[in-house]
Design a protein around this ligand. Structure first.
Ligand SMILES: Cc1cc2nc3c(=O)[nH]c(=O)nc-3n(C[C@H](O)[C@H](O)[C@H](O)COP(=O)(O)OP(=O)(O)OC[C@H]3O[C@@H](n4cnc5c(N)ncnc54)[C@H](O)[C@@H]3O)c2cc1C
Length: 350
């Protein structure tokens, strides 16, 4: 094997890539982050850090500023129906602007002396006992390059994604939050997620199938519209949300975060899951057992995938969407259990 330049190249300096780099550094591996965008990096995201995500960040010494979240509240978008509220039983989550999260992670990465290389990863060759990443010998590559992962494509792990093609659109509204909950407003064709992210800032993300403008979708939510009194930022989008990989590993290449596949933003667990995958992927590399990662990653995501798929399938039908909030209000124990299953730390002892 030629002299490797790095033990690990991380493709992508989003939250999962930066967390993976910190784990690798802690495990004594030499690591570089390849990220073409300059920070602080923003992205269309609901920005609700579930308690599990906060625990992963805290374990890395990362404590981003934000607004505490007491739990999740479902509301009928028309304002006519009831509301259902579930509190997080293991302590709060936190609404955190993506730019604030990026800065908090990047600060730790810089303090650890981990180099950031502004070139995107564009070529990967597997030479058996090492990889050539854009011609440079390296031991391992972590693909943390997001929903449309070029690394996933380069190493032949793309898989077709069936089902509804949903997209996310998000803006911020300059005003004090009116609730300590992530509010999920349901309409017949869309959901609006309201996340307090600071003392004077509220995020609004709308999830729906392709073809509608953010402003038109917001018209489905008259009560929410009335609440939104502050100045609005420009709208960012992401999607299609559903992405699949054939496996989360191919030899010395492991996929972490959205790069390894994504179901939907409906249940807000993307960051908790991605941060846990980053930790477990590096544990596998440090133990010299990259082949274990795919199975462990599947196990990490199982609970979330089952719940998200079930909710997605059920809410594809208009009558179910209409009855969802009243049903959650009538069965508070069930709603509470589902929310707290999703909020539970991922792959750590309960
Ligand atoms: C509308 C919406 C709402 C959401 N709400 C929530 C929520 O409330 N809570 C939650 O936990 N999750 C939520 N999610 C999911 C969450 O945003 C993702 O799970 C999370 O951003 C994944 O992080 P990541 O680091 O894997 O990918 P990303 O954040 O997408 O980062 C990937 C990085 O890779 C870089 N990159 C791309 N190509 C290359 C390349 N060739 N070489 C090097 N770098 C490259 C990109 O520039 C980018 O910076 C939501 C998602 C959407 C779309």
């Amino acid at each position: 094997m030629p002299d490797v330049v790095h033990d690990v190249v991380v493709a992508g300096g989003g939250p999962v890539g930066l967390a993976a780099a910190l784990h690798a550094h802690r495990a004594g591996l030499s690591v570089v982050v390849r990220e073409p965008r300059t920070g602080p990096i923003d992205k269309a995201c609901g920005e609700g850090l579930m308690p599990g995500a906060l625990a992963e960040l805290a374990a890395l010494g990362v404590h981003p500023r934000g607004h505490d979240l007491a739990g999740i509240r479902y509301l009928d978008g028309s304002g006519a129906g009831r509301a259902a509220t579930a509190r997080f039983t293991r302590g709060p989550g936190r609404g955190v602007r993506r730019t604030v999260l990026h800065d908090a992670l990047a600060e730790q990465v810089t303090a650890a002396g981990i180099p950031l290389d502004p070139r995107p990863v564009t070529a990967v060759v597997d030479r058996g006992d090492h990889l050539l990443v854009d011609g440079e010998p390296t031991r391992h590559l972590l693909g943390a390059d997001g929903l449309h992962s070029p690394v996933r494509h380069l190493v032949g792990l793309d898989a077709p994604a069936a089902g509804r093609r949903r997209f996310g659109l998000r803006c911020h509204v300059q005003q004090a939050p009116w609730t300590p909950y992530v509010e999920v407003h349901w309409s017949p064709r869309a959901e609006a997620y309201v996340t307090p992210v600071d003392d004077d800032l509220v995020g609004v993300a709308v999830l729906a199938e392709a073809g509608s403008r953010f402003e038109d979708l917001l018209d489905d939510f008259p009560v929410l519209q009335e609440r939104l009194t502050g100045d609005r930022t420009r709208v960012r989008g992401a999607g299609p949300l559903r992405q699949r990989s054939r496996s989360r590993s191919a030899g010395r290449v492991l996929l972490v975060g959205d790069a390894g596949g994504y179901v939907d933003a409906l249940t807000g667990e993307g960051l908790a899951l991605g941060l846990a995958q980053a930790r477990v992927a590096v544990e596998c590399l440090a133990a010299g057992r990259p082949e274990r990662y795919d199975r462990l990653a599947r196990r990490l995501g199982l609970r979330h995938e089952l719940l998200t798929h079930a909710l997605l399938r059920a809410t594809a039908h208009a009558p179910v969407r209409r009855r969802l909030v009243p049903a959650a209000a009538r069965l508070p124990w069930l709603f509470d259990t589902a929310v707290n299953q999703l909020a539970r730390p991922v792959g750590r002892p309960a």
